[in-house]
Write a protein that binds this ligand. Structure first.
Ligand SMILES: Nc1ncnc2c1ncn2[C@@H]1O[C@H](COP(=O)(O)OP(=O)(O)OP(=O)(O)O)[C@@H](O)[C@H]1O
Length: 240
């Protein structure tokens, strides 16, 4: 049995909007195991970003339980949650969220330095992470000297440096042309193959093809999910 990295058990999230209640998520349950990439799909407003925010401990469920590596997020205090987010969870955003006045290497090293790793070691780890995403030669460049696809690959290196086992990606290909988007997903896929668990929010069936399976949300409910993909050829080919 593969290790469960992310577990949602009967998770609901309700927002109060004036007098009305918005049920952003309603009784959602699923697991993501190590080595697995799960795509989350669904129309606008169906709850995809809410699901990702709950998985990353950026938001709290109204009902139900979210566990990361067996740890119940609701039972962690603010400091414990911040530590878990820094050390175990990587977030990749549509707009990269790189620090503009830090170089690529400094951006990638940042979470390690915040975790107390000495700067020299953090830098060494960052250079290795940049090599993994094929960008070692661009380590000294600043974000505005890099293409969108290069910036997103740096964001992925930053999301996975250290011991982080869970990578949450919210439309990471949104701002990219399709060829560059495929290259970014190839990097994400490789990290998952190396043992991380991944959740990828995407509108694009083409990109969802990089995932092992997809779950579909409608009005906050999990309405369908595809089975695991069967052949290595399909996985490597990147299309369903
Ligand atoms: N802070 C909030 N207050 C009130 N309602 C909210 C809040 N955040 C989200 N919602 C509502 O919850 C529902 C789910 O929103 P969510 O952003 O998770 O959807 P989504 O599937 O990510 O949409 P999109 O694809 O457009 O980004 C929507 O009806 C949204 O309006």
């Amino acid at each position: 049995m593969s290790e469960v990295v992310l577990r949602f058990t009967d998770v609901s999230r309700t927002y109060q909007s004036g007098d009305t209640e918005v049920r952003a998520l309603d009784g959602v349950a699923f697991d993501v195991v190590a080595g697995e990439l799960v795509a989350v799909m669904g129309p606008s407003g169906s709850g995809k970003s809410t699901l990702l925010a709950l998985a990353g401990g950026l938001d709290t469920p109204t009902r139900g339980s979210v566990q990361v590596e067996g740890v119940e997020l609701a039972e962690l205090g603010a400091a414990g949650l911040a530590r878990l987010r820094r050390d175990r969870i990587g977030y990749v955003f549509q707009d990269y969220n790189l620090v503009t006045d830090l170089t690529a290497a400094e951006n990638v090293a940042l979470p390690r330095e915040l975790a107390g790793v000495p700067p020299r070691s953090a830098r060494r780890e960052a250079i290795a992470a940049l090599a993994e995403v094929g960008l070692s030669e661009l380590a000294q460049r600043f974000p505005d000297q890099l293409s969108g696809g290069q910036q997103q690959r740096i964001a992925i290196a930053r999301a996975l440096i250290g011991q982080r086992r869970l990578v949450l990606a919210d439309e990471p290909t949104g701002a990219l042309d399709s060829q560059t988007g495929e290259a970014v997903l190839e990097v994400l896929r490789a990290h998952v193959e190396a043992g991380a668990a991944g959740v990828l929010v995407t509108h694009e069936p083409r990109y969802a093809g990089w995932a092992d399976r997809a779950i579909f949300l409608r009005d906050g409910r999990l309405v369908d999910s595809t089975g695991p993909r069967s052949t290595p050829e399909q996985l490597l080919g990147g299309r369903p």
